[in-house]
Design a protein around this ligand. Sequence first.
Ligand code: CS2
Length: 496
Amino acid sequence: MSAAEALRPALLARLPDSVARPAYDRAAVTPGIAHIGVGAFHRAHQAEFTDDVLAGGSTRWGITGINIRPPELGETLGRQGGLYTRLIREDQSVAARVIGSIVSVVDSQDSAAPALAVLSASEIDVITMTVTEKGYCHTPATGALDASRPEIVHDLAHPEAPTSLPGLILRALELRMQSHGRPVTVVSCDNIPANGDILGAVVRELAARRGGGIAGWIEANVAFPGTMVDRIAPATSEADYAFVENQFGYRDRAVVVGEPFRQWVIENRFAGPFPPYDRVGAAFVDDVTAFEHLKMRILNGAQTALCYLGVLAGHEHTFDDMADPLLAHFARRMLLEESLPTLAPVPGIVPEVYVEQSLARLRNTAIRHRNHQIATDGSQKIVQRLLNPIRDRLAAGAGIDLLALAVAGWMAYLVRASDRFGRAWSADDPYAGRVAAIADRIGSDPARLVEGIVAIDAIFAPALAADARFRTAVTGHLGGLLADDPMQHVRRVMGQ
Ligand code: CS2
C-alpha cells in the first residue's frame, strides 16, 4: 500500500492485519436505518453495534447517514464510502477497526429535501439520531417543545421545508403517511433524560398544530422508544488522524476514538422490524429510566462536576482532573454520598461497583476528553446530572453540599467567561450570554448572582430556585469559586 492513500472501499482488502475490517460483504448490505447526525458519538457507538449486527448476517440493516449541521461530511465520510476507523484506546493499548455499517452519507444542510427523501423511503424501518441536547428544541426544565425557538416558528409557518429536527421528523412522517404508510421506529440516541418521551412529545406537539390527520397516524404507526447510550468518545484531534496515517499507512479524516466500555439499553417498544441489537450486546428492556438515571447521575454527573472544577483548577482533560487527588476525592464523595442514594435499584448492577467502574473510566489517559468540551451546553446537562438528584435529596431532607458545589462550578465557569470577569475563556452554552449579562450587571456578589441565575426557569424549576437550602449552599460555593484561588475553597469543603 502506498503511503497516505485515502481510506475507501477499494482499500479494504489491502489494510494492514492490525486493522480489523467488516466481516461481511458490504455490497450485499441494504439500508434499513436512517441516522441523523453522523458525528463522533454515532460512529463510536450505534454504528459499531450495527456493524456487529451486519457481521451476524442481518444484511438489511445498513445505515444511511444524514448530515443536517456542520461539519460537512461529504468530503470525509462521503468520500470514503462511509468507511472510517474506530480506535478503542485504554492507556497504552489501541485496537483499530474499520466500520462498514454506514453505507452512504447524504448532505442535507442547505435544504431538507435530501433528508426527507431518505427518511420517507419505504425501506427505512428505523430512524435514529444524535443531534445533541439542543436539537430537540425542548425546554430542559420541562421537556416540552419550546415553540418560541426561531426554527420552530419557521417550521410552523413552512412545514414543507423544515429547519428543526422535530419539524424534519414530522414532515418525514407526513410523507410516509401520504405515500406507502409503513410504520417506523424513531429512536433518539442522545444523552438526554427520557429521550424517547421528549422526542415523541415535541413531534406530537408539532403534529397537533399541523392538523390533517398526521397526529392520529403517528399514534397508530410510530414508536419513540427511550434509550440509554454510553461510550466516552471525545472529539477527534489532529493527533488521532496522524496516528492512523503513521501507524497504518492510510489517510482517514473520519477517525473516531472511544473507550473500551460501551452500553446501549433500548426500550422494547418498536413499531415494526428492528435490528437485533440484543444479539450484539445491547439490552432491550421494558423501562430504561433506572439505567438512564444511573448513567446520567453517576458517570455524567462526575464528568460535569469535574469539568468545571477542572477548568478552575487549570486542568485540560478529565484524566488530568482525576489525577488531581483533591478533585478525584471530591468526585468519589459526591457520587457515593449524594448522587448514588437518589437512585432506584437497577437490574443486574451493584451501584458502588458502577461508581468505581465509572471513576476508572474517567482515569483512562488515552481518552483525551477536554474539560471545555464537556462544559459545552452545560445548561442542557446539569438538570439531569446535578439538579434532579439535588431535588430528590431536598425532598428526602438530605444534604446537598457536594452537588451544590458542582452546580456552583457551572455558574463560576459562565460568570468567569463574562466581560466583567475578564473573559477567562469563551463559554459555549445557549445561556452563556444570559449569565454573562447577569454577571456584567451584578459583579461579584454571589447571593445576587445566584438569585439572577436561578431565575432562568428554563433550567431551574421554580420550586428548586425558591428553596433556601439550595440557594444558600450554591451561594456559599460560588463565592468561594470566584475567589482568587478557587481550589482553596474546594480544599476547605473537603476538610483539607
Ligand atoms: C459527556 C458525554 O460531553 C459530555 O456531555 O459527558 O458526551 C459522555 O462522554 C457520554 O455521555 C458517555 O457516554
